[in-house]
Design a protein around this ligand. Structure first.
Ligand SMILES: Nc1ncnc2c1ncn2[C@@H]1O[C@H](COP(=O)(O)OP(=O)(O)OP(=O)(O)O)[C@@H](O)[C@H]1O
Length: 337
């Protein structure tokens, strides 16, 4: 659906060249929700803006449905952009226009006849759950409602792709969740491919099929979101994962433990399996759970537990081996003392 090939974006500034995007290649299959995560300045906005040529890449190709947007005439590019909707952190609604007019404006710009605009606006407002706000002005809406209007506007002309530039960053956690659920519904029910950029791993965890991590203009790691959470390779990716799966135990607690402390990771359906209780029955060891958490990455469980094993050295080693054979990851956090 979208193929970004060796795209670079270099800004010419008074103080010299600034690299926004550095030789990025990625592929977003049709129907996918693709998340790009990174800290401020990583190049996320530059990259997503290159995807609809709001920002013209300095080099590379941006292919949408097999067409390189960079080779299109201005007129053809305008037409191609109709199939790529975009929403922003700041909503960008016209404050002097009602909700109806904000959405109808996008239809007018695309040449939709006035007689058809009302019906389409009503359909869109029903989709985003704002039917009763049709005559309100942006100032009369909450942040979440404003983002719903901007989503309705972005969908007005039936795009195949929706680009979301930090769409939930200005919203509180519960509004963020409801907007993410709306994006998921749009993806599932309308089949719209979504690319989103965010600095919040929570957003990736909730809805993204695939995740790419960006640093210094480059993509340093990418893959299915679950794999990224379960087995991050890069230091920065681990930092992002830690914001969700943070297991720093108090130093005092660790000092007080005499046994071997293990961190265990359960994946998928294994999360509910009784691996630990089987281990405790099979070996002459006792175990204390020090910390535990199960997170759902797009509905698939990922469990992490930290436990202390106490017993004879050989029994603890055998119990550890038993766990290693059954679980994806067993890491010794502290050896027995
Ligand atoms: N119009 C511009 N002119 C000059 N430099 C720019 C411009 N836009 C972005 N940059 C620079 O490009 C780099 C990447 O910025 P970009 O906004 O794409 O990152 P980001 O990850 O989206 O960060 P943020 O979340 O803070 O927007 C930064 O060094 C930034 O200063």
């Amino acid at each position: 659906m979208i193929k970004v090939e060796k795209v670079s974006k270099i800004y010419e500034t008074k103080s010299g060249q600034v690299v926004g995007v550095d030789n990025v290649s990625l592929e977003v299959p049709k129907g996918e929700i693709y998340g790009i995560v990174g800290y401020s300045g990583a190049g996320k906005s530059s990259l997503i803006r290159c995807m609809n040529i709001l920002e013209r890449p300095t080099s590379g190709k941006v292919m949408v449905d097999g067409v390189n947007l960079l080779e299109l005439s201005p007129k053809k590019l305008r037409e191609a952009r109709q199939s790529i909707g975009m929403i922003f952190q700041g909503f960008y609604l016209a404050s002097a226009k009602t909700v109806f007019d904000n959405i109808a404006f996008a239809l007018k710009a695309a040449g939709v006849a006035p007689s058809q605009r009302k019906k389409r606006v009503e359909e869109l407002l029903e989709l985003v759950g704002l039917t009763d706000k049709i005559n309100h002005y942006p100032a009369q809406l909450s942040g979440g409602q404003k983002q719903r209007v901007s989503i309705a506007r972005a969908l007005a002309n039936n795009p195949k792709v929706l680009l979301c530039d930090e769409a939930t960053s200005a919203l509180d956690p519960s509004t963020t969740k409801s907007i993410l659920q709306l994006l998921k519904k749009i993806n599932q029910e309308l089949g719209i491919t979504i690319v989103l950029i965010t600095h919040e791993m929570e957003v990736v965890k909730e809805i993204c099929d695939t995740c790419a991590v960006m640093q210094d203009g480059r993509i340093i790691e990418q893959g299915p979101s679950y794999n990224i959470f379960a087995n991050p390779q890069e230091k920065l990716t681990k930092q992002f994962i830690d914001t969700i799966l943070n297991f720093d135990l108090p130093a005092k607690l660790l000092e007080a433990c005499k046994g071997t402390i293990l961190q265990l990771q359960f994946r998928g359906n294994l999360a509910s399996d009784a691996v630990v209780s089987d281990m405790l029955q099979k070996f002459q060891v006792s175990g204390n759970i020090l910390h535990g958490k199960v997170e759902y990455i797009k509905e698939t469980p990922l469990g992490i537990f930290i436990m202390e094993l106490l017993g004879e050295t050989e029994e603890v080693a055998a119990a550890k081996q038993y766990l290693e054979e059954r679980l994806k990851q067993v890491e010794v956090i502290q050896h027995a003392r």
